[in-house]
Design a protein around this ligand. Structure first.
Ligand code: GDP
Ligand code: MG
Length: 331
C-alpha cells in the first residue's frame, strides 16, 4: 500500500471546505465576467475579450489565459452559434483539457510511493519544506503531520527554522497537537545539523515520515539558497536518497508573485512538489491554474483555511469542477 494512499479519498466535508475556500475567487470571477457581458447572448469577439480580461484579473496569468481563450475560440469557430449560457461549460472543458495535458499537475500519480528502503530496510520518507517567510510552511507541516498521524502513520518534525525562537516553539506546539515526534537544537543553531538529527532520530525510531521545516528565505538571496543545498546534502548522509520530497510552499493570495517565486526556487533548488496555501480569503485562486499549467512541478497540496484539517490534496479535475460549480453561470 502506498504511503500517501489515504490522502486520495475526499470526504464530503473536504469538498465543502474546498467550495467555501474558493468562494471569493469564484465570486470575483463570475461577478466580473457577468458585469462585462451583461445583455450579450452570443459568444463573439467582444465576449472573448471580456473573458480574457476576467481571467487575467483573476490571476490566471497571460500564458495560461491565452491558451484557454484559444481553445474556446476554436470551439466557437466550429459551432454555428455559441450562446453565452454555454460559456461556463466551455471554460470548464478548456481548463480541464489544458491541465490534463500537463501530466505533472497530477500529483496523485506520485502517491503510489511506498515506504522507501535502503539495503532492503525501510527508512523514513523525508520531506524538506522550503519557501519565503510567512507563506504558511510551518502551518502546512502541522496540517500534513496531522493527516498522517490521523491515518495511523508515525511522524517526526524537525525544527530547521532556527532563525527565531518563536519558529521552534510554533513547530513544537504543532508536534504536540498532532502527536508527532519533535527534533530540535534550539534557535540560532545550524539548520543542517537539525536536519541531520531529525533524519537520524526518525531512522532510529523507525518512523514513517520525517518533515523538516526551514527558515523563510527570499528566492533571490544566493547564500540562503545555498544553505538549502547544504541541509539537503546532510540528510542524504543519514538516509541515501533523502529528502524524498522538497516541498515548496507558496501563498496563493500573492497571485502572480507566487508563480515568480516558484520559478526562482525551482531554478535554485530541486523542488519536487508545491503546496499552495491561503486559497480561502483570496480572490486570486486563479493562480493555481497558472501554476498547474505553466510549471513542470506538480501542485500536490492546497491550503483552504487555518484549521488543522484544512490541507487537501490538489486534484485538478475536482478543483476545476468546484470552481465552476456552486454558482453556475447564470449570466
Ligand atoms: P511560515 O513563515 O511560512 O512558516 O508561515 P506560517 O506557517 O507561520 O503561517 C503564516 C500565517 O499564515 C499563519 O497565520 C497561518 O495561520 C496562515 N496560514 C497558513 N496556511 C493558511 C491557509 O491555508 N489559509 C489561511 N487562511 N491561513 C493560512
Ligand atoms: Mg515557519
Amino acid at each position: 500500500m502506498g504511503l500517501f494512499d489515504f490522502l486520495k479519498k475526499t470526504t464530503p466535508a473536504e469538498t465543502e471546505r474546498l467550495d467555501s475556500g474558493l468562494t471569493k475567487s469564484r465570486q470575483g470571477f463570475f461577478t466580473r465576467l457577468g458585469r462585462s457581458i451583461v445583455g450579450k447572448s452570443t459568444v463573439d469577439e467582444e465576449v472573448l475579450d471580456a473573458l480574457e480580461d476576467t481571467l487575467l484579473q483573476s490571476d490566471v496569468g497571460v500564458d495560461t489565459t491565452v491558451k484557454i481563450i484559444a481553445r474556446i475560440r476554436a470551439h466557437v469557430a466550429q459551432a454555428k452559434y455559441t450562446s453565452t449560457e454555454e460559456l461556463g461549460r466551455l471554460l470548464r472543458e478548456a481548463i480541464a483539457g489544458l491541465l490534463h495535458e500537463n501530466r505533472a499537475t497530477y500529483a496523485t500519480e506520485k502517491l503510489d510511493q511506498t515506504r522507501p528502503t535502503v539495503a532492503g530496510k525501510p527508512v523514513p520518507y523525508v520531506i524538506m519544506v522550503v519557501g519565503v517567510n510567512g507563506v504558511g510552511k510551518t502551518t502546512t507541516i502541522g496540517k500534513l503531520a496531522h493527516r498522517f498521524t490521523a491515518a495511523g502513520h508515525t511522524v517526526l518534525l524537525g525544527a530547521g527554522d532556527t532563525f527565531r525562537a518563536a519558529a521552534v516553539d510554533q513547530l513544537r506546539i504543532w508536534a504536540e497537537r498532532v502527536g508527532a515526534g519533535f527534533a530540535t537544537k534550539g534557535m540560532n543553531t545550524d539548520p543542517a545539523a537539525v536536519a541531520y538529527d531529525a533524519v537520524r532520530q526518525g531512522l532510529d525510531q523507525g518512523v514513517d515520515l520525517v518533515i523538516v521545516d526551514t527558515a523563510g528565505r527570499l528566492h533571490n538571496k544566493v547564500p540562503l539558497m545555498n544553505e538549502l543545498s547544504k541541509i539537503k546534502r546532510t540528510m542524504e548522509k543519514v538516509v541515501p536518497g533523502a529528502p524524498h520530497e522538497v516541498l515548496l510552499v507558496l501563498d496563493a493570495s500573492t497571485g502572480q508573485n507566487a508563480l515568480q517565486q516558484a520559478k526562482a526556487f525551482g531554478e535554485a533548488t530541486e523542488v519536487t512538489a508545491l503546496a499552495l496555501t491561503k486559497l480561502d480569503g483570496t480572490a486570486k485562486g486563479g493562480v493555481v491554474l497558472a501554476i498547474a499549467d505553466q510549471l513542470k512541478i506538480p501542485v500536490k497540496y492546497i491550503g483552504v483555511g487555518e484549521q488543522l484539517t484544512d490541507l487537501q490534496l490538489f486534484d485538478p479535475d475536482q478543483f476545476v469542477e468546484r470552481f465552476f460549480a456552486a454558482e453556475g453561470l447564470d449570466l
